[in-house]
Design a protein around this ligand. Structure first.
Ligand code: ZN
Length: 130
């Protein structure tokens, strides 16, 4: 059974709009992403936080509230701004540049609402060696 043109592409990605944020709720955002595409990076900060990340372009990421509640942490080459809540300490996302120098958001899929993290199997990513 063949679908209509375009179906294949649509079935490849399960992107949809998710809401998410930090633990205490001060930082809230909306992101259009597919949590099944998440990576589990082994770099020094992702390993400590247990970050499972998907990467979305700025047009697929919208802050709802909480920029004033956030602080950022940078290390190494200071390319990535790790955004965390000053109250609860959770890092719901990061922002940085992709390899072409364009703005990109890294969504911590563990912080999305209504996600069953037991059903996710993020791909290992060897960020430690980069
Ligand atoms: Zn918080």
């Amino acid at each position: 059974m063949y679908g209509k043109r375009g179906d294949a592409q649509m079935s490849d990605t399960k992107e949809k709009v998710y809401t998410g944020g930090c633990h205490c709720g001060r930082i809230r955002y909306e992101a259009t992403t597919d949590p099944a595409q998440a990576i589990a990076c082994n770099c020094s900060i992702c390993a400590r936080h247990g970050l499972w990340l998907t990467f979305v372009k700025p047009d697929k990421f919208k802050m709802v509230c909480g920029l004033d509640a956030a602080s950022t942490y940078q290390f190494n080459k200071h390319v990535i701004h790790h955004v965390f809540c000053r109250t609860c300490g959770v890092e719901p996302f990061a922002r940085g540049k992709d390899p072409k120098g364009k703005d990109i958001f890294a969504v911590n899929v563990r912080c999305l609402d209504d996600i069953d993290i037991a059903k996710l199997a993020p791909k290992p990513y060897d960020g430690r060696r980069l």
